[in-house]
Design a protein around this ligand. Structure first.
Ligand code: NG1
Ligand code: ZN
Length: 538
């Protein structure tokens, strides 16, 4: 850890890491990514979140996770979020408690803790024995992470709950470990169990498959994040006849001009990666929960295969394996997307593959909740964050069916290869590689399943982004009054496309998304909409 950041954190927090006192005067809110801001503002936040997680763990008598990361954001940012027992995002009413706890003035903190202690006691009334609960905590490679981890530990111990440090992990590895700790049928908690389960499934799904169009060579941009060292460990357990990886951006400046977000937004090659034509490349983000693919086409341009294309690839594979296994029509298969999904991906999945598509608000919890209503729920954000979840009904059917049926076997292995708890770049990468080999596809074959509608994404800085309000699915803007109408006029004047705006949940900006007839057209529309946002939010 760099000395200066420790000094700065120590100045703003307390020297003993507690940072119990609230030194900042603006409200913070527990959003889609938990609390996220400059690392120097976080010590007291993380201390309180550590305490909150400890109380949640005791309320349920289970293991709860605390992850310290700011994902694809710059090195000087950090964040903290809580993982619930099944490896999913924190339940909504505890998000409200978290916001209240963190914003409590110094003289209000005791009352908030007392209220949460009351919930703990209520939870324990229903239990046969007094459950203890524990907290698993992990962090990414940011300079501030270890310091903030210590603050979480102090917070958790402050409320008397056992704190277990899992050290440096990817975000999805923490989600996976929490799930395994509470549900050992899912797997073995910890890093080794994770590598074991994924690599066994990958090796079994890929062996003895002759795929002349598939090239086992992959170039990987690790965003200079935690995914670099962790994927090396995972790869060490994978048969080198099946997959070979050239690593780039392993130890440089975190997320700087590289990583999944950079490649997705700019649709260009990350710095430090010079891909030859047709070579399959992939990018993780800083905490390795997002994945995008890309390659250099015959004109030398960067072609992006984002979360939407990964979802379509997975949906096609699962559908054909379900059919081949003789299970057609027996289970509800569906895809879940957000308004950021490319319009042509939605049309392809819904109209060509005939798989129903649901659109929900931005944020993993919304996608996850919609997906678990299905037997096979494939959910992805366009930015490359997503996974597949399976119902118990489906899992029972594939594990109790005829074990000589190779397609049932493949589906079983597939449920082990994908990290059901949350979007996971390392697991998703192995899923994509498996499907490409099984389909005997090159990256161009995969890219050709549909053509993306030209699109553009911008962020607009405004005085107060919360004045922008939208409908539930975020496709229409309801406030400020008049903005939506003028935006629709712009779309018509522009000749085609669609546009929407929404306040970011993780950055102090309003996001603009447009689709148009060509890249330039989408960009012109996006800039015009951005001006509109500035005008209405002035
Ligand atoms: P916000 O900042 O609310 O747009 C971003 C991503 C989300 C999600 C969160 C959590 C986009 C457009 N938004 O949210 O999908 O990944 O960060 O990290 O990609
Ligand atoms: Zn991330």
């Amino acid at each position: 850890m760099s000395k200066s950041i420790v000094k700065e954190l120590t100045r703003l927090g307390n020297t003993d890491h507690t940072g119990l006192l609230n030194p900042i005067d603006r409200p913070l809110s527990y959003g889609t990514a938990g609390f996220r801001c400059l690392a120097t503002d976080l010590p007291f936040v993380v201390f309180r979140v550590g305490a909150l997680a400890g109380l949640r763990a005791r309320q349920l008598g289970q293991c709860i996770g605390v992850m310290i990361t700011a994902s694809h954001n710059p090195m000087l940012d950090n964040g903290v979020k809580v993982v619930d027992p099944m490896g999913e995002m924190l339940v909504e009413d505890w998000e409200v408690h978290a916001t209240e706890f963190v914003n409590a003035k110094d003289d209000e903190v005791a009352a908030v803790i007392e209220k949460l202690e009351h919930l703990v006691k209520e939870g324990q009334l229903n239990a046969s024995e007094t459950p203890q609960g524990k907290v698993f905590c992990a962090f990414d490679t940011r300079d501030s992470s270890q310091y903030l981890h210590d603050a979480a530990k102090k917070g958790c111990e402050f409320v008397g709950t056992e704190f277990v440090s899992l050290g440096l992990l990817t975000t999805p590895q923490l989600h996976y470990s929490v799930r395994c700790e509470n549900d050992p049928t899912f797997g073995m908690a910890g890093e080794l169990g994770y590598y074991e389960s994924l690599s066994n499934a990958f090796n079994a799904l890929n062996k003895n498959i002759d795929a002349p169009n598939y090239d086992k060579m992959l170039v990987l941009d690790c965003a200079n994040g935690v995914g670099a060292s962790k994927f090396r460990k995972l790869l060490g357990r994978i048969d080198s006849e099946l997959l070979e990886v050239e690593f780039t951006n392993e130890t440089g400046s975190l997320n700087y001009k590289c990583g999944a977000d950079f490649v997705k937004i700019l649709r260009s090659f990350p710095e430090g990666l010079d891909a030859a034509m047709g070579v399959r490349c992939a990018s993780f983000d800083g905490d390795a929960d997002r994945l995008v693919y890309f390659y250099r086409d015959t004109n030398g341009f960067c072609r992006l295969l984002d979360g939407d294309k990964i979802a379509a690839l997975i949906a096609g594979f699962i559908q054909s394996e379900v059919d081949a296994a003789g299970l057609t029509g027996q289970f509800k298969i569906g895809a879940v997307q957000t308004a950021y999904a490319n319009g042509n991906s939605t049309a392809y999945i819904r109209d060509v593959m005939k798989i129903p598509v649901d659109c929900v608000p931005t944020g993993v919890k919304h996608l996850h909740h919609a997906a678990i209503k299905l037997d096979i729920g494939i959910y992805f954000e366009a930015n490359g964050h997503g996974t597949v979840v399976f119902s118990q009904l489906f899992k029972d059917a594939i594990s109790q069916g005829d074990q000589d049926n190779v397609h049932l076997k493949k589906l079983q292995l597939f449920t082990k290869l994908i990290n059901e708890t949350v979007g996971d770049a390392m697991s998703d990468l192995l899923v994509v590689e498996t499907i490409l080999r099984n389909n005997n596809w090159s990256v161009e074959d995969w890219d050709a399943i549909y053509e993306d509608a030209p699109s553009c994404q911008l962020k607009v800085e405004v005085k107060d982004r919360t004045v922008v309000k939208t409908t539930w699915d975020e496709t229409e803007c309801t406030h400020p009054a008049g903005l939506q109408k003028e935006m629709e006029e712009l779309i018509i004047a522009n000749g085609a496309g669609r546009a929407f705006v929404r306040p970011s949940g993780t950055e102090d900006v309003v996001r603009v998304y447009t689709e148009g007839t060509c890249e330039e057209n989408a960009k012109v529309l996006a800039n015009a909409v951005a001006h509109l946002v500035q005008k209405y939010c002035a």
